[in-house]
Write a protein that binds this ligand. Structure first.
Ligand code: DAH
Length: 328
């Protein structure tokens, strides 16, 4: 009985020193209630008691065990609820949430769809063609002879001596006309590649939209009207543009369209165009006496640069989200 009382006292001082954390409580619990704990050793002493003493002792011991269990449970509860309320305090409901980053359509893709929509609205169909092509479709069929400087190693990425990464989307003019009888009216968006010096307006790859219209009567005035309509739709009615005489092997006569670059205060070329050369029509088996047409090829990056005041073509390709986010 004396030992039992001393264990109880010891427990009261231990528990009053208030364990700091769940581990301390656990530790104390096993000191008293564990298999080799103080209470268990009291039970072990029962063997030494007489038969008359045993029932009273047993009752006291069970009471002690019960008391201790209740106390430990209480402490543990206090601890876990105070822990929980500390956690509740740490949730500041007024803080802004973590917003997931949402991607956006690349500004080039946006520009491309604007261009497509404008031409679709005046009867053009959209077609695509190969980025890797033979030199016949990229050059010869377009009336670019074997030793023309456009074929120079400096400008063209060769896959093998007769296969190239297309240098323009004009190769698709040939594929379309080979596969279809006139009249035809297509635009062809796509990627092109050039091995040229990289600068603010030139990159080793870029995008073009080719246009081709073949019919029985097609005039240069229609070509001008079509491109003026496009520019007005794309840039609004007040943007300055000009047609400038030019030369392309696959058109005659040929012209280029420049737009006024407000940022740099100078003209910037956005497209080449012209009346499809009869030699090209003959190459695809069209009767050049009967069929005429115009064609054009525009630089998508340059159009986006002018429209959205982007001062360097390389920005389209380096994936910097600070740039891309401005167009989301
Ligand atoms: N293919 C030419 C280039 O890459 C652009 C061009 C000019 C396309 C005149 C045409 C055209 O269809 O008629 O610079």
């Amino acid at each position: 009985m004396e030992q039992l009382e001393s264990v109880r006292k010891q427990f009261l001082t231990d528990i009053e020193s208030f364990p700091e954390n769940p581990q301390d409580i656990e530790h104390l619990r096993s000191k008293y209630l564990g298999r080799k704990g103080l209470v268990a050793s009291l039970f072990a002493l029962m063997g030494k008691a007489t038969a008359e003493e045993r029932p009273a002792l047993g009752k006291e011991l069970n009471l002690l065990k019960q008391d201790l269990t209740v106390k430990f449970d209480e402490k543990e509860n206090i601890f876990s609820t105070s822990q929980q309320s500390a956690e509740d305090d740490s949730i500041d409901l007024s803080l802004p949430g973590k917003t997931p980053r949402i991607g956006s359509i690349h500004i080039l893709e946006q520009t491309l769809s604007e261009i497509k929509d404008i031409f679709k609205s005046i009867g053009f169909h959209v077609a695509y063609g190969p980025e890797v092509d033979d030199d016949y479709h990229n050059f010869s069929a377009l009336n670019i002879p074997e030793h023309h400087p456009a074929r120079d190693m400096q400008d063209t990425f060769f896959v093998d001596p007769t296969t190239v990464l297309r240098t323009h989307t004009s190769n698709v003019q040939i594929h379309l006309m080979e596969n279809e009888d006139p009249p035809i009216r297509y635009i062809v968006p796509g990627r092109v590649y050039r091995n040229e010096a990289i600068g603010y307006k030139s990159y080793c790859l870029f995008h073009q939209v080719e246009g081709i219209y073949i019919n029985e009567r097609v005039s240069f005035a229609e070509l001008k009207g079509c491109l003026e309509f496009f520019v007005k739709q794309m840039f609004g009615p007040n943007k300055k543009m000009r047609f400038r005489p030019s030369y392309f092997p696959f058109t005659e006569p040929s012209a280029e369209v420049d737009m006024w670059d407000d940022e740099r205060q100078q003209w910037m070329e956005i497209l080449g165009c012209g009346m499809v050369d009869p030699a090209v029509l003959e190459n695809v088996g069209y009767d050049s006496k009967k069929w005429h047409g115009y064609a054009f090829g525009m630089g998508v990056e340059r159009i986006a640069m002018l429209k959205y005041k982007i001062n360097d073509i390389r920005l389209f390709y380096n994936g910097d989200t600070r740039f891309l986010e401005q167009f989301s």
